[in-house]
Ligand binder design. Structure first.
Ligand code: ASP
Ligand code: MG
Length: 420
């Protein structure tokens, strides 16, 4: 069996959903577990609903949610004839779940409410797509993934209880796949042992699909995207970006680590652990080859370029000319942990320590403030961090032309430059 994941852009209109059905027609005999995201920008819209609710603006929250409702109802109406009423009833159950909550006053953490509201996006989209496929003769079993994916209660960043979830996959999903050719469910969401909904972090559906692939011992996972394949750079920033036909897990995990927005970084481990290949394919043109990611060595990769903008450099210098040793660095790292900050680059000198971070102003200021008790602190904003794997002299020269290099770190494989 195979695992397919379709992202929000692949289901954001009636035409796109019909296109999804057309793609599935190419796989008439495969057993498929299909994971689908919320439609288009629904997750963002539901975030706004939660914000309004938590700010005590109940009427605004209800009104914003009404827009989400109408969008889904009208999509369902366009797509469905015989299955409309049953689907509408299912949608209304999900609406009620959210509205019920929106009528309350917030008494718990923001993140708790976020998950209870935001999870509706995937439930609504999968209900509609499942009904449409059934009506079109592509029979499938819809499943509420919250009955399968058990997580802890770290809302908005929940961690999967691997043992419980594996048992649920074996007891519920495996038999369902024996009975039905296709099982269709949600990515990104799960539930605690108290039946509270949880989410796994933005863009987490790739990861959900990988967890299913791992637990079902799938022969492959395919992520259907609106790009032709994985590219060696972001084509929006580098027009000369070129497609990469073949990659390995190691390369992808490095790319994700340096900030390439290819695939959700957590996706790779469950696949790598079982040697399951990952295909990235274009839902706009399935005839394109796309990219395959596997465990084997890949040679002759082009330079892989990752540019992170809006970076800040924090330069910490010891106040009394004492060395910056384990003790200082240890203290700094516990601050990183406390503030959920991840330095993108660090460099230790005799009496100084430099770190480069995403510019989350509030957190960076807190960090600078805490550090100022032991260090003199200098802060520089508006920088970019350029990482090139498999760099060549030509690429290096081209990318740094006319730029001031503030910091450079280099291994035989990877070069990182902080640019002004
Ligand atoms: N719908 C969620 C998001 O937009 C999860 C996903 O699409 O992966 O972040
Ligand atoms: Mg998405």
């Amino acid at each position: 069996m195979k695992v397919f994941k379709f992202g929000g852009a692949s289901v954001n209109s009636v035409e796109r959903i019909k296109n999804l059905a057309a793609i599935l027609q190419h796989y008439p005999h495969e057993k498929l577990l299909i994971v689908i995201s919320a439609m288009g920008k629904t997750t963002n819209a539901l975030e706004k609903v939660t914000e309004a609710f938590y700010a005590g603006k109940k009427e605004d929250a209800l009104q914003l949610f009404e827009q989400v409702k109408q969008q889904h109802l009208s999509t369902a109406k366009y797509l469905l004839v015989t299955h409309y009423l049953a689907c509408e009833a299912q949608l209304r159950d999900f609406f009620t779940e959210v509205e019920w909550l929106l009528h309350d006053k917030p008494v718990r953490d923001y993140d708790y409410y976020y998950d209870q509201v935001v999870c509706a996006g995937e439930l609504l989209s999968t209900a509609i797509v499942s009904a449409y496929l059934n009506e079109a003769g592509i029979f499938n079993q819809w499943m509420d993934v919250r009955d399968i994916f058990r997580t802890d209660d770290d809302f908005r960043d929940a961690n999967i209880d691997w043992t419980f979830t594996q048992t649920a996959v074996s007891n519920i999903v495996v038999p369902a796949l024996q009975q039905h050719r296709i099982v269709l469910t949600q990515g990104f969401i799960g539930a605690t042992d108290e039946n509270e909904s949880t989410t796994l972090g933005r863009e987490g559906s790739d990861y959900s699909a990988a967890v299913f692939a791992n637990m079902l011992d799938a022969e492959s996972q395919t992520i259907w995207k609106d790009v032709e394949s994985v590219m060696n750079a972001d084509p929006k920033k580098f027009p000369e970006a070129q497609p990469i036909a073949e990659l390995n897990y190691n390369e992808v995990i490095e790319m994700a680590y340096y900030g390439a927005q290819v695939i959700h970084p957590k996706t790779i481990k469950p696949l790598q652990n079982k040697g399951i290949p990952l295909y990235v394919k274009c839902f706009l043109d399935p005839s394109l080859a796309g990219t395959v990611i596997h465990n084997k060595p890949v040679h002759n990769l082009p330079p892989v370029i990752v540019l992170k903008e809006k970076q800040v450099m924090l330069k910490l210098t010891s106040k009394d000319f004492s060395f910056v040793g384990e003790h200082h660095v240890g203290q700094l790292y516990s601050q990183f942990e406390k503030l959920h900050l991840k330095p993108n680059l660090t460099q230790n000198g005799a009496i100084s320590f430099v770190c480069v971070l995403d510019d989350w102003a509030e957190k960076v200021e807190k960090l600078a403030f805490e550090a100022s008790s032991i260090f003199d602190v200098e802060l520089m904003k508006g920088l970019s961090l350029l990482t090139v794997r498999h760099y060549t002299k030509e690429v290096f020269e081209k990318l740094t032309e006319g730029k001031i290099i503030l910091l450079r770190q280099q291994t035989p494989e990877t070069i990182q430059l902080l640019l002004q």
